[in-house]
Write a protein that binds this ligand. Sequence first.
Ligand code: GTP
Ligand code: MG
Length: 237
Amino acid sequence: MHQTFDAALGINLLHANQAGADHNREHFDEWGITCLNIMSSPGAGKTVLLERTLAALSDALKIAVIEGDMTTELDAERLRCYGVPVIAINTGRSCHLDSKMVAGGIHQLAQDYNPSEFDLVLVENVGNLVCPAEFEVGEHIKVALLSVTEGEDKPLKYPVMFREADCLLITKIDLAPYLDIEVSRIAANARQINPDVNIIAISAKTGEGLAIWLDWVRGQVANLTRSPASVSLAKLG
Ligand SMILES: Nc1nc2c(ncn2[C@@H]2O[C@H](COP(=O)(O)OP(=O)(O)OP(=O)(O)O)[C@@H](O)[C@H]2O)c(=O)[nH]1
Ligand SMILES: [Mg+2]
């Protein structure tokens, strides 16, 4: 009896969250912004990835960051020196960002800036390999990170994150030689869960694979900017 109640409550929560996510997505689409939701276990390298991405792309693209953390602004502070708006959201006891929290971030962006000037919003989710994958925030694309130090079996043990991901970054590959681990086996396990996932192996320390990641991000922004609405307007023009 108790279990049934919890399941129903969970479904209602996800429904309510999805309605909010759809609303956030409408804002992103209206403003021509591509939104990436970046997720992983604690410490897999999300903030370092954002540091490298902002350093490489913030001249060519107008970027904002929504930075989710349970209690601190430590990650937000690391990113502010790149000269882009960084909106910090503390989730308190919650182990994921939800669409309502991100709506608060979007409204703040719209209050402080002209949101139509932005190309890309990068959302760093709370470090957790399970819950963030279940709560959409209005993103167009889900990016999961898995570091080599976490083990080859993780895509099989935590399948929701890997099933949902559009792109999987296998991170810290500079450390692979020191571990009893094969990057190719992580990739094979991920493909078993999600055959279509785009997989890029990277090291933020050596820079390996970062150019492929940056090209992929540029491609996502270009694809979404060329939406059917803007193509038909361009034809009319
Ligand atoms: N060797 C190595 N270390 C890395 C790499 N990427 C990140 N790290 C280190 O891993 C640690 C965690 O990196 P963060 O970027 O803070 O990880 P995170 O996913 O943002 O962590 P949370 O926000 O707490 O979930 C830091 O000490 C980084 O320097 C990498 O490619 N190679
Ligand atoms: Mg971080």
